[in-house]
Each structure stands twice: as structure tokens, then as C-alpha cells.
Design a protein around this ligand. Structure first.
Ligand SMILES: [Zn+2]
Length: 760
């Protein structure tokens, strides 16, 4: 770490103004009772590429800047803040001055940084000691200047301009719609055991829990409250192996004792399936041994996450991970949980990536991280291919040894439908896409909505849309949805019910200190255990497909406003409309559309019909020839306006026409916020009915409100002669005859009902 003084940099700015910079992440002193206070954090757009995070709470940092000559000087702070912040700052030894610091609107990225003047004074030459007190913002740097206005230091560069021939190369498709590896996984069904367990428990028993009893007794305790499958760490974050691995560093405590085997054996001993949380991105030991395997940013600096170096997947690290995964397969794990971001979301600038990018594209590497630069965005496309290539390899290697091992692959921020890290191809490699309860919402989207005033569907619809994207991008396989910070049995059941109804696995996360906490989690586990056999083997019922057009999003990037208006807003609006109309709705990614994977659908909604590849156009034409109805978004459908949005929804339903009611099974009654998701086709369908779950907030548990009243008054209408049964209770429903229909009353339920309807 540089000291405040040595990081002092004399910058010449403008004609006369002098600027002296002190990086916030290099304070001379740091005082706090909190261990994690004021940590350095990488941000491409921060001065020196780092800023301070965890600066809220209690504490202060001290800086020294040397005033070069006596005169009038101004001290500015470069910072990022989501909302207006009250900041105490001032000279050491003086009373601190409180100022209200305006919001910059974001915490990271090019647009996130703003300036606030903290001091204007006549200063004598010599050292000046300055204090910043803790405040909920990200300090980036202090600049002392004799200029009148805000400093020019760290101003983003002008956008890069490319020659026409470069632009032509950039516009060439990098990824095929139908890469050959997709033949491995087309129509993939998940291992039966995974399909049958719709609630699991997530544990984060990292090495620091090793000396605690829970580390050794968790399996039995979790089994005792009803768990059938758990996710458990076998590598937490950048450390060595937990077993005597043939490759890379091994933790000292795992050299003589095979800790991983012990954990797996204890789980299997009590009849639990164990999915290994294997952290595949950061690696301290390997990066030290092979510096050329590390992922690097555009300044050549090694990327870090959580303070650990990230490894590049165009390096032999991919083989290293493969060896490790196979060692765990040999030890009996039932699957893998690949969390997080896979590769740096801003691309890699290491030698191997530079060479491979140029060989693949005939383009030079971009000069810098700048989402306004189409060449940089091409690198991100390449980044997605790098990720896919690694997972293709790991999947093949694992499957060759064990057929029923489950691969859960994280989709990062994709469920907000805006973020292209990762692509719609990656979920094809997952038995289940790993996602999170709240991933349908993102900070990026919330910022966009706040900035533009665009209206969006309510929270429940957007959460369901996020899970549905994960489910359908993986051809209907159950997404694995992490649900943390549940504080009551009702919250756990409501959240689990929502996820299960939409075809997912509820991955409930009890805090380690209170494992197993049956009071909070047993009922939700029971729900998942009973729902599993009822839903196993069934795909979501298909009626309306919404196309998620990645090509259109690539064309509109980095203009999120245009992307929302043209693509993401219409998808949100259409999804909400169909959800509320209780009509089956699914999503189709570019690669699935190119394959013509539209079986069962009667309608296809295209938000961006102009951005289809030739293969997609052919598939759409084939769909229409077979009687499918293609509906394109219309300019008069304003999905972004609070009032017009509802009119647009009505117009969409009218455009579908009476044919939308061709389904013979209909759910009526109950609250408007009821989620109705149908599974299966033909003579046996299971209607999953979930009470509103939007009151559960897993980001801010204090935002969790009171549970909803039980659902009452729901009726299922089916053709005469149909039989119906509620599968969680096993109770057969008695039909009431009404002309050529049978009407079934569903008994009141708190969270979830699964009504099986059989037609004859
Ligand atoms: Zn690289």
C-alpha cells in the first residue's frame, strides 16, 4: 500500500490550474472500531482505479497533502453516492465541518463520480493534514487545486473513433447461433434427483468454521429438519484445496486429512445430496505460482475480487479447475455450484486473451475499458465465448465420469434482461441456472428507471420474469434460486412457494450461526419436498413465447434507455400482462429461436423483429407456416408510461385474439396477485398456484412486510369429466358440473397449491 505522501501526484491541468492528487484508498491514518472499515476497491473509472468502500459506519481516514506554495487553494473530493450524504470533514485539530454532498446516482462506473469542494482557504506552503469522517459514500481521491472550477483529474477520455474497416470487422458475428457444442445439450433433461427436490439448503461453512461443531454436524442437523439436498462449500474464496489435490496449493489443514471427503461422506451417510460450492474464479496460490494465468485489466493490473486475484480462462487455469472438479467427482459430490461472475465483466487484457481475441476477430485489442467503444463491447462478446468454452469442457469431463452430477451455473446479472454478461447460450450448459431471488431487479435497472421516469411492472412480476428467463434459457429446466435473509417461517414458505410455482428450486440460506433453524426453514423444505415429485418431469406449459433479442441489445448498447424502451420494457410489460391474465408465458433466447425451439407455443412476441439472424427469420417463418401467430411490438404500445402501459397490455391481449383462450383449463377467482403457472401439456397438467410473495425482501430484510392473507375462492374450470387433485395434500377435488365444464373449488391455502388436472 502506498502512503498518502508517496501517492501524491502533481498533475498539470488546463492552462494554469495546478492539481495535487491524494488517493482516498491510501490514507495516512485509518481509525475505526470496525475491522472492515474503508477497504480499497477496484473501479475502472476511479482515480488510480481504486476507491474506498465500506466507508459508512464509524471511523475516519486522515490524509496529508503538501501545499506547494502559499496562496488561495481549494480542496475537492471525488466520490460516488447513491443518495444525498451528510459528510464531516476538515483539517486535523479543527472542528469538522458538515456538508451535504449531492447524490451522483451510482456507486461505480464512468458516470458515477462527482466532485464536492470541501475547503477554500489561504494556505501556507507545507503539509496539510485533512480528515474525512465515515459517511455512506465511496471516496475516490482528494485534489488540491488553485483553479477556480472542479478539477479535471480522472475525467473520462473522449470516445474512441474507429476506421470503417474496423467497424466492419466489429460488426461480424463472433458467436454462432448454433455452435457445435450445443449438440451435446440440446433437449437436455436434468438428473432426476435434482428435478424431484424443489427446496434445498444453502450453507456457507467456510474454513473459518472448521473448528466449530457445526462444521462437522451440519449434515445430520439439516437432514433432521427435512433437507434432502444441500449446497456446501468445498472451496470458499481463493484458498487452496480442502483435500490433498494433485494440482495447486492445498490448505495446511487438508494435507493429512481429506476434509472434502469427510464432508461428502457425512452428508451421504445421512441420505443428503451434496452440491459442492466450488469457487472457480479467484485463486491466491495459483496466481502467485503462475502470474501469467491471472486476468488483467487494460492497465495490465491483475483483477481482484474480494481482495483475491481473478484467473483468466484463456490460460491453463481451466485445466487446473477441471482436475480439481474431477477429484471432487471421484470423492462423490452430486454436483457443482458455480457462483458469481466467471470472468471479469470488463474483459481480460492478458497476453493470452490479446492473442486469442485478435486471432478470432482479426481486430486489435481495445485500448481501454469504455462501454461507448464498440471494439470494447466486442471484447465482452469474446469474454462470453471464453466462459462458454470453459463450461463446455468441464461439463464434458464431469459427465464422462458421472451421468447424474448436476451443474448449476450462475447467470450473474442477466436476469435483469439488460446485462449481457453472460449470454443466452451459457444456460444451455446448465442442468439448472444458478440465480437469486432478487436478480430480476438490478441496481442498473433501478437507476435507469429513476433517471428516465419509465414505469415498470411491480416487483413480483419482475422477480418472476428473472426466474423465468433462467428457466427457459435452459429449456425449462428448474433454475436454482438462492434465497437469503429469511427471518420467519412465513417468509421462507412464501418465497419458496413463488420460486417453486415458477418451476424453480428454492435454495434457502439459513445463517451459519443458527444452523439448522428448523423453526424458520422446516415448513418451506417440506413444501419443496412434496412439490418435487408432483412437478418432476414436467415442463412449463407453453402458449406465448417472448423473444429476448440479444442482438438488438448489442445494437443498442450502451444506451440503456433505448434498450429499455425498445426491448426490456416491452418484455416486462408483455410478461406482466400475460402473468396477470393467467396465461402461460415463456422466454426464448436468440440461440433457442435460431433452433426453432418453439414446440407447444401458439404465439411468438418479437420486441425487435429487425434484429433476427437469417436462421431466426427462417425459424419464425416456419413457426408461422405451422399456424403459429407472430406478434411484433408496436410503436403505439407505450410500455414505459404508467398509464399507457396498461393500455398496451390490453392491446396485446386483443392482438392475441380469442385463440388465447384455446386452453381447456382455466383458473378463476382468488386474489389478483395470485401467480398461476401451468406445467405439462396434454392430458395431465399441474397448476401451480402461489400466493403473492412480493412482501418478502431478501436484500433488506427490514423491508419485509406482513404476510398476505391466505388465498381463497380459487376455482379451476376444466372440460366435463376431468379429474382434479391437490397434490400437496393429496386431496381429490369434487367437481361441480356446469354445462360442458367441471368446476373444482380449491381449498384455501397459505402459500402454495398444486392442482393436478387429468383430462379424459
Ligand atoms: Zn486473459
Amino acid at each position: 500500500m502506498l502512503s498518502g505522501l508517496t501517492s501524491l501526484l502533481l498533475a498539470s491541468a488546463g492552462a494554469h490550474a495546478e492539481e495535487l492528487v491524494v488517493e482516498a484508498e491510501a490514507p495516512r491514518g485509518r481509525e475505526s472500531s470496525e475491522r472492515a472499515f474503508a477497504q480499497a476497491h477496484y473501479d475502472r473509472w476511479a482515480s488510480g482505479r481504486e476507491c474506498l468502500i465500506r466507508f459508512g459506519g464509524e471511523g475516519r481516514c486522515t490524509y496529508t497533502v503538501t501545499v506547494p506554495r502559499s496562496g488561495r487553494w481549494h480542496l475537492w473530493l471525488r466520490y460516488a453516492a447513491r443518495s444525498v450524504v451528510s459528510l464531516d470533514a476538515g483539517l486535523v485539530g479543527c472542528e469538522l465541518t458538515r456538508s451535504l454532498v449531492p447524490a451522483t446516482g451510482a456507486l461505480e462506473g464512468r458516470e458515477a463520480w462527482g466532485w464536492v469542494r470541501l475547503l477554500s482557504a489561504d494556505l501556507a506552503a507545507g503539509p496539510l493534514d485533512f480528515v474525512l469522517a465515515a459517511a455512506p459514500l465511496r471516496p475516490d481521491c482528494l485534489v488540491l487545486t488553485d483553479g477556480a472550477g472542479p478539477p479535471t483529474h480522472a475525467a473520462p477520455p473522449a470516445p474512441v473513433v474507429h476506421a470503417p474497416e474496423t467497424l466492419a470487422l466489429i460488426s461480424r458475428e463472433l458467436a454462432s447461433d448454433r455452435p457445435s457444442w450445443m449438440d451435446d445439450v440440446r433437449g437436455l433433461r436434468p438428473p432426476a434427483w435434482y428435478d424431484r427436490v424443489r427446496a434445498s439448503l444453502h450453507t456457507r461453512l467456510s474454513p473459518r468454521w472448521r473448528e466449530r461443531e457445526t462444521f462437522h454436524t451440519a449434515a445430520r442437523a439439516l437432514r433432521d429438519i427435512g433437507a434432502l439436498a444441500i449446497v456446501r462449500h468445498l472451496r470458499t474464496l481463493g484458498e487452496g484445496a480442502w483435500w490433498p489435490s494433485a494440482v495447486g496449493p492445498v490448505e495446511p489443514w487438508a494435507r493429512d486429512e481429506d476434509v472434502a471427503t469427510g464432508i461428502i461422506a457425512r452428508a451421504h451417510g445421512v441420505g443428503l445430496r451434496l452440491i459442492a460450492y466450488y469457487r472457480h474464479t479467484e485463486d491466491v496460490g495459483v496466481a502467485a505460482e503462475h502470474p501469467d494465468w491471472a486476468a488483467r485489466d487494460d492497465s495490465g493490473r491483475v483483477y481482484t475480487r474480494n481482495g483475491r486475484p481473478l484467473l483468466c480462462w484463456n490460460s491453463p487455469y481451466v485445466e487446473h479447475v477441471e482436475t480439481r472438479l474431477l477429484e471432487l467427482v471421484e470423492r462423490g459430490v452430486d454436483g457443482f455450484y458455480f457462483d458469481e461472475v466467471h470472468q471479469p465483466p470488463t474483459g481480460c487484457w492478458c497476453g493470452a486473451c490479446r492473442a486469442r481475441f485478435s486471432a478470432t476477430t482479426a481486430l486489435p485489442h481495445p485500448t481501454t475499458i469504455d462501454d461507448r467503444d464498440p471494439l470494447y463491447r466486442k471484447l465482452l462478446e469474446f469474454n462470453d465465448l471464453t466462459i462458454e468454452r470453459a463450461f463446455v469442457r468441464w461439463r464434458r469431463a464431469i459427465r464422462a465420469r458421472r451421468e447424474d452430477a448436476v451443474l448449476l451455473i450462475g447467470s450473474y446479472r442477466s436476469p435483469d434482461l439488460l446485462d449481457s454478461h453472460t449470454s443466452g447460450r451459457l444456460p444451455r450448459l446448465a442442468d439448472g441456472v444458478k440465480t437469486e431471488f432478487e436478480k430480476g431487479l438490478s441496481a442498473r435497472t433501478e437507476r435507469l428507471l429513476a433517471r428516465t421516469g419509465f414505469a415498470a411492472p411491480p416487483r413480483a412480476a419482475r422477480l418472476a420474469l428473472g426466474w423465468s428467463w433462467c428457466r427457459d434459457a435452459a429449456e425449462g429446466r428448474p433454475p436454482h434460486v438462492w434465497i437469503p435473509r429469511l427471518r420467519s417461517t412465513a417468509a421462507a414458505q412464501a418465497a419458496a412457494a413463488g420460486v417453486i410455482a415458477h418451476g424453480g428450486v428454492a435454495n434457502l440460506d439459513p445463517p451459519e450461526a443458527t444452523i439448522p433453524d428448523g423453526r424458520t426453514f422446516a415448513a418451506a423444505l417440506d413444501l419443496g419436498n412434496r412439490a418435487g415429485p408432483a412437478l418432476a418431469g414436467l415442463q412449463p406449459t407453453r402458449l406465448v413465447a417472448l423473444h429476448h433479442p440479444e442482438r438488438a441489445l448489442a445494437r443498442l448498447a450502451p444506451d440503456d434507455t433505448a434498450a429499455w424502451r425498445e426491448v426490456v420494457g416491452p418484455l416486462n410489460g408483455a410478461f406482466e400482462t400475460l402473468l396477470r391474465a393467467r396465461l402461460p408465458v415463456g422466454l426464448v433466447s436468440d440461440c433457442l429461436l435460431a433452433e426453432g425451439a418453439l414446440e407447444g407455443y401458439a404465439f411468438l412476441f418479437l420486441p425487435a423483429p429487425g434484429d433476427l439472424s437469417p436462421q431466426m427469420r427462417e425459424a419464425v417463418a416456419g413457426f408461422a407456416r405451422r399456424g403459429g401467430r407472430v406478434i411484433t411490438n408496436r410503436v403505439e404500445w407505450d410500455w414505459c408510461d404508467g398509464t399507457d402501459r396498461l393500455r398496451a397490455g390490453q392491446a396485446l391481449l386483443e392482438a392475441l385474439g380469442p385463440e388465447r383462450h384455446r386452453r381447456s383449463i382455466v383458473v378463476s377467482g382468488g386474489p389478483a396477485a395470485l401467480h398461476v403457472v401451468s406445467h405439462g401439456e396434454g392430458s395431465r397438467q399441474v397448476l401451480a398456484l402461489a400466493n403473492d410473495f412480493a412482501w418478502v425482501d431478501t436484500l433488506r430484510p427490514r423491508g419485509t412486510s406482513a404476510p398476505r392473507a391466505p388465498v381463497e375462492g380459487v376455482r379451476v374450470l376444466a372440460p366435463a369429466g376431468a379429474r382434479a387433485r391437490e397434490l400437496l395434500s393429496g386431496e381429490r377435488l369434487r367437481p361441480r358440473r356446469d354445462g360442458n365444464r367441471s368446476i373444482f373449488e380449491v381449498a384455501p391455502f397459505a402459500h402454495l397449491a398444486l392442482v393436478e388436472v387429468e383430462l379424459f
